[in-house]
Design a protein around this ligand. Structure first.
Ligand code: AMP
Ligand code: ZN
Length: 497
C-alpha cells in the first residue's frame, strides 16, 4: 500500500496530509509561461516538478484535472503595473502580430516540454480567451468595494481588503510596511497606494492588445487571469495551486485577494512553490543573462556547457534534487547524471524483458531477502509520499536495481526472491521510472537494426576466433555508447554507464 501523501503547504508553512476536497477528483492549477520568449532551463525545472506531482497523483489513483494557463496578455515589464506588455513589446520588435508571437512561443513551449517527456495538462486556457470573464470579475470587485476606477484603469484596493482579510497570508509580507516603502518612492502614479494592483489597464497610445470594457479600451492585469481561469475550470475551492517561488509575491498573493473578495474563499487548499535553478548560485533568468535554452543544452552550444546533454539526462539531473531546494547547474553533476540515468535505464530494459524462472521443486525462498526487497519497495512510496521526494526515490530505485542486476547475472536465483516479490519488484521499478518519474529510454537512431547486425557479426567473429575483429566491433559500439556483454544466455548489450 502506498500510504498517505504529505505535501508541504506554502500557505500554512507546514507539511500536511493530502486530503482532496472531493476524492478521487483532484483539481490542480499551475501558472504557465508568459509566451513572449523561448523558455529556459529554469522554467523547465518548475514545470517538471508539477509534471511529477501530476504523475504521482495519477499513479495513486486520483482523477486529476490539471490546468496550466498560457499568459498571452497583461504581463507588464514591471510588477508595479508599469512598462510595456511583454508580448506587445516583442511583437513590435519582431514586426509580428501579437498573436503570432503568442503562437510561436506557445509552440516552442510545447515542443520543449515534449522533448522532456512532460504529460500535457488537461486544460490549457489562455488569458486572451477569457477577457469577458475577466471583465465580469472586475465589475464584481468594484461592486464589492474592493476596487476603484481611475482614468479608465481599475485597481484593487489592498488596504481596504486588508481591513477584514489578510493580504500577506501567503508571502508573509506586511501591508503597513509595503505601504510605507511604497510612499517613500517618488511615484507619478494614479493609484491610491503603490501597493494597489491593476485589474484593468487603460490602453495607452499605440498599445497593440486592447479590448472594449465598461471603462473604455484596455486590457486585463496579469494576476486576474489566474483567479478567473482557475475558478472557471476547477471551482471556487480546488486542491493544489502551484508555481515557482518567485510567483508567491505579488502574483499568488494578489490571486488570493481577488478570489477571496469574489468567492469568499481561499482558492486552493495546498500551495506548492518550487525553488530556483541557479547558475553559480544566481537564479537563472533571462534578464540576468545567465540563462540558456534547452536546445543549446541538447547541442552543447552554450559557453557554460562542456558537452551536449540529452533531455532525459537533464530530467534525471533535476529529479535528483528535491523541488524545494535550489539546484545549481553544473557540468560535473550533469556528467554524473549521464551515468546514473543510463544505469537506471539499463535496469529498465532488463526488467521489462525479464520473466520469473520457476525454480525446481523444493527451492526455498530467502525470507530475509524478501523482507529487504519489500521494505525497499515501500521506501520508494514513502519517499514520494514525503512531499514528492524524487531524490530519495531514485536512491531506493538504485537499491532495487542491484537486485535486478543480480537476478539478470544469475548471482541471485529467482527461487530466493519468489514469484510474488519478483512481480512486485518488476511492477514497482517499471512504474516508478516510467510513470512516476517520467524517464524513458533514449535510443540512438535505428538502434535495433544496427545493433542486431553488429551482434551477429560479433558472434560469427567469436565463433571463428577472429579476435581482432571481435575487438573492433566492441570498440565501434563503445564509441556509440554501447557495450556488449557475454552472458551465459548469449550476447547482451547495455548503454555504457
Ligand atoms: P515566467 O514565464 O517567467 O512567468 O516563468 C514560468 C515559470 O518558471 C514560473 O513558475 C517561474 O516561477 C518559473 N521560473 C522562472 N525562473 C526560474 C528558475 N531559474 N528556476 C526555476 N523556476 C523558474
Ligand atoms: Zn498565475
Amino acid at each position: 500500500m502506498p500510504g498517505d501523501l504529505f505535501i508541504f503547504n506554502s500557505l500554512t508553512r507546514k507539511k500536511e496530509k493530502f486530503e482532496p476536497h472531493n476524492p478521487p477528483f483532484v483539481g490542480m492549477y499551475v501558472c504557465g509561461p508568459t509566451v513572449y520568449s523561448d523558455i529556459h532551463l529554469g522554467n523547465v525545472r518548475t514545470f517538471l516538478a508539477f509534471d511529477v506531482v501530476y504523475r504521482y497523483l495519477t499513479y495513486l489513483g486520483y482523477k486529476v484535472r490539471y490546468v496550466r494557463n498560457i499568459t498571452d496578455v497583461g504581463h507588464l515589464e514591471s510588477d508595479a503595473d508599469e512598462g510595456e506588455d511583454k508580448i506587445g513589446k516583442k511583437a513590435k520588435l519582431m514586426n509580428l502580430e501579437p498573436m503570432e508571437v503568442v503562437q510561436k512561443f506557445t509552440n516552442d513551449f510545447h515542443n520543449v516540454l515534449q522533448k522532456f517527456n512532460f504529460l500535457p495538462p488537461n486544460i490549457e486556457p489562455s488569458a486572451t480567451g477569457h477577457i469577458i470573464e475577466q471583465i465580469e470579475w472586475v465589475k464584481r470587485l468594484i461592486s464589492k468595494g474592493m476596487a476603484y476606477e481611475v482614468n479608465g484603469s481599475v485597481y484593487f484596493e489592498v488596504n481596504n481588503y486588508n481591513k477584514k482579510n489578510h493580504y500577506g497570508v501567503l508571502s508573509g509580507r506586511v501591508v503597513d510596511e509595503l505601504m510605507e516603502s511604497g510612499r517613500k518612492l517618488d511615484r507619478q502614479e494614479e493609484k491610491k497606494e503603490a501597493i494597489d494592483f491593476a485589474l484593468w489597464k487603460k490602453a495607452s497610445e499605440g498599445h497593440l492588445m486592447q479590448w472594449n470594457s465598461p471603462w473604455g479600451m484596455g486590457f486585463p492585469g496579469w494576476h486576474l487571469e489566474c483567479s478567473v481561469m482557475s475558478t472557471k475550470y476547477l471551482g471556487d475551492r480546488f486542491d493544489i495551486h502551484g508555481g515557482g517561488m518567485d510567483l508567491k509575491f505579488p502574483h499568488h498573493e494578489c490571486e488570493i485577494a481577488q478570489s477571496v473578495s469574489v468567492t469568499g474563499k481561499t482558492p486552493a487548499k495546498y500551495w506548492i512553490h518550487t525553488n530556483m535553478l541557479t547558475v553559480n548560485g544566481q537564479k537563472m533568468s533571462k534578464s540576468l543573462g545567465n540563462s540558456f535554452l534547452p536546445e543549446e543544452l541538447f547541442q552543447g552550444s552554450h559557453q557554460l556547457l562542456d558537452q551536449p546533454y540529452s533531455p532525459m539526462t537533464v530530467r534525471f539531473f533535476m529529479l535528483q534534487s528535491h523541488y524545494s531546494s535550489t539546484l545549481d547547474f553544473s557540468n560535473v553533476a550533469l556528467k554524473a547524471a549521464i551515468k546514473g540515468y543510463k544505469k537506471l535505464i539499463n535496469g529498465l530494459r532488463i526488467i521489462q524483458e525479464m520473466q520469473y524462472e520457476t525454480p525446481d521443486v523444493g527451492s526455498p525462498v530467502n525470507e530475509e531477502l524478501v523482507i529487504q526487497i519489500r521494505k525497499n519497495i515501500d521506501s520508494c512510496h514513502e519517499a514520494m509520499n514525503d512531499n514528492f521526494n524524487t531524490a530519495l526515490t531514485i536512491g531506493h530505485l538504485f537499491t532495487l536495481l542491484k537486485r535486478i542486476n543480480a537476478l539478470h547475472n544469475g548471482v541471485l536465483p529467482f527461487s530466493e526472491v519468489g514469484a510474488e516479490t519478483f512481480k512486485k519488484l518488476k511492477e514497482t521499478y517499471i512504474n516508478f521510472i516510467v510513470n512516476v518519474l517520467g524517464l524513458k529510454e533514449e535510443k540512438p537512431e535505428n538502434i535495433s537494426q544496427f545493433l542486431l547486425s553488429l551482434i551477429e557479426l560479433y558472434k560469427d567473429a567469436k565463433f571463428n576466433r577472429q579476435y581482432e575483429k571481435v575487438d573492433k566491433i566492441r570498440a565501434s559500439l563503445k564509441a556509440s555508447g554501447i557495450v556488449l556483454k557475454d552472458m551465459k544466455t548469449g550476447i547482451d548489450w547495455a548503454y555504457e554507464e
